[in-house]
Design a protein around this ligand. Structure first.
Ligand SMILES: CC(C)(COP(=O)(O)OP(=O)(O)OC[C@H]1O[C@@H](n2cnc3c(N)ncnc32)[C@H](O)[C@@H]1OP(=O)(O)O)[C@@H](O)C(=O)NCCC(=O)NCCS
Length: 191
């Protein structure tokens, strides 16, 4: 039997905002995701461009395709307060997904990031047969790095001047979590 909570970590029992709901992103979320993408802290932690339009969001949301992408929104009182996605790779890297994650500037540090991350790791390892989840994070984004490390991600290297951010080139750290990290192994057929 698979471990029912393979992603238990120090945040597993924290209280989430009442009414928080995680669900698949839909086309009707385009406005909410666009609002999120244009927030200053959100943009600084991600690769979003300034003045992202709803057209750009709609194309991004529509381009993944069912097999390639799992996109989850966190909704609170009808508002999109977080977004996370897994973008599955192809060919000999089909066991790999690239993870993206972000929480609304006004709703950070409430446990929404960890809830989204847990849901995405559960989807990846328990349902999609993904064995490696990888990401890049700005090397000075201490909060995000702490979140990922506490969920079992390990740093794999520094990529210098990876992206332009707020007037300067910024480094990122490549991080990854394997399905077998933290002692978790997916259930074998018949077990
Ligand atoms: C990074 C981010 C996703 C974290 O989401 P969040 O909902 O604010 O985080 P949580 O409340 O779930 O925090 C879980 C843990 O992560 C760590 N953490 C999160 N933000 C932190 C911060 N600003 N400083 C230090 N640790 C932090 C802590 O260990 C925290 O646990 P604690 O509150 O019990 O100490 C969010 O701050 C964010 O979206 N930032 C802007 C976009 C971004 O940077 N995305 C990451 C791209 S790689």
């Amino acid at each position: 039997m698979p471990d029912p909570s393979p992603f238990s970590h120090p945040h597993a029992d924290r209280r989430l905002p009442e009414g928080l709901r995680l669900r698949a992103a839909e086309q009707r979320d385009v406005a909410g995701i666009t609002e999120l993408s244009n927030l200053p802290l959100y943009r600084a932690g991600t690769q979003r461009l300034p003045f992202q339009s709803e057209d750009v969001t709609a194309r991004w949301l529509g381009s993944g395709g069912e097999a390639a992408s799992t996109v989850v929104v966190a909704e609170l009182d009808g508002r999109i307060v977080g977004l996370g996605g897994l973008h599955r790779q192809t060919g000999r890297r089909q066991h790999v997904a690239i993870l993206g994650l972000g929480v609304h500037d006004d709703f950070q540090r409430l446990g929404i990031g960890v809830a989204l991350l847990d849901a995405l790791l559960d989807a990846a390892f328990n349902w999609l047969q993904i064995r490696r989840v990888e990401l890049t994070v700005f090397s000075d984004n201490a909060g995000a790095i702490a979140l990922y490390e506490r969920a079992g991600f390990r740093g794999e290297g520094l990529l210098r001047a990876y992206a332009f951010r707020n007037g300067a080139y910024a480094d990122v750290i490549a991080m990854a979590r394997m399905s077998w990290d933290l002692g978790f192994e997916p259930a074998q057929a018949g077990s």
